[in-house]
Design a protein around this ligand. Structure first.
Ligand code: ATP
Length: 257
């Protein structure tokens, strides 16, 4: 499905973002599919992959690329996130594979961890190296993951692009924790904010800026008298809708009001 985005899409590639771990390398925006056994599916259940994997570089039925019409903002945002959270800035290949390592559970997991983070985008398991767009180690917080995965996703959605997160991993690897939060977070309302996973954080951010773009007209759904709002772009804010009403929401009730 094509996005209903009146902004003309620019399909030019972004320059590769630099990152602390990969700045010395000259890796292209998409990972190379190395001929060795590297990048075979990880067998360790402490690893989850919260973004849909793809080693396909060409002839791929990928959805429309994220908004390279707004390259400066995306690059700035990702660089900032990388610097703050020690996660490398992801490049603009459309699909990102981000691995999150789960800490060992004292009550269930025995022995030493066999997964070692090598750099911001690689890890080793039993001496074999695997490379991804980025690797979040056991220290990564829910907020780190949201800022690295969720924020760019919301930005893409608000720019009119379909976006999705696909959590992949063995049972017990942390998919639910990453997507929602601890096990009780689905049943209980008062989950500590810092424990909240991607989904509630993305909803909160996304619905705070509700708008409708239809027939190249932007209408403010929170104030329908405001029609035909103008889409503008600047270096600081990126693409934005002028005079759009913004309401902060913190619960589902707020969202559905
Ligand atoms: N990054 C993390 N930090 C702390 N605890 C975590 C982390 N990731 C997962 N856990 C904990 O590990 C346990 C298993 O995680 P979770 O239930 O999310 O796995 P899952 O991949 O969804 O499993 P399943 O496929 O069986 O549903 C849970 O108790 C969860 O709270």
């Amino acid at each position: 499905m094509l996005p209903r985005n009146p902004i003309a899409r620019d399909t030019a590639e972004l320059p590769s973002s630099s990152s602390p771990s990969s700045s010395a390398k000259t890796r292209p925006s998409s990972r190379k599919h190395k001929p060795s056994k590297e990048n075979d599916p990880p067998s360790d259940h402490n690893i989850i992959v919260p973004y849909s994997p793809s080693h396909v570089k060409s002839k791929s039925p990928l959805p429309p690329r994220p908004p390279s019409s707004n390259p400066l903002k995306r690059k700035l945002a990702l660089d900032t996130i990388a610097a703050e959270n020690s996660l490398p800035a992801t490049t603009d290949s459309g699909v990102k594979v981000i691995v999150r390592m789960r800490p060992l559970r004292k009550d269930k997991d025995e022995g030493d961890p066999i997964v070692q983070k090598i750099s911001g985008d690689s890890l080793s398991i039993n001496g074999r190296t695997f490379t991804f767009d980025s690797v979040a180690d056991v220290e990564a917080t829910q907020l780190d993951i949201f800022e690295h995965v969720g924020v760019p996703l919301v930005e893409n959605c608000l720019a009119g692009f379909n976006s999705s997160v696909f959590a992949y991993g063995q049972t017990g690897s942390g998919k639910t924790y990453t997507m929602w939060g601890p096990a009780n977070s689905l049943a209980e309302e008062n989950v500590a904010k810092e424990q909240q996973g991607l989904t509630p954080r993305v909803f909160e951010r996304l619905f705070a800026r509700i708008k409708e773009i239809y027939n190249e007209q932007v209408t403010d759904l929170l104030d329908p008298s405001q029609r035909n709002l103008q889409i503008r772009e600047d270096v600081k804010s990126g693409v934005y809708v002028e005079n759009l009403t913004e309401n902060q929401v913190s619960t589902m009730e707020d969202v559905t009001q």
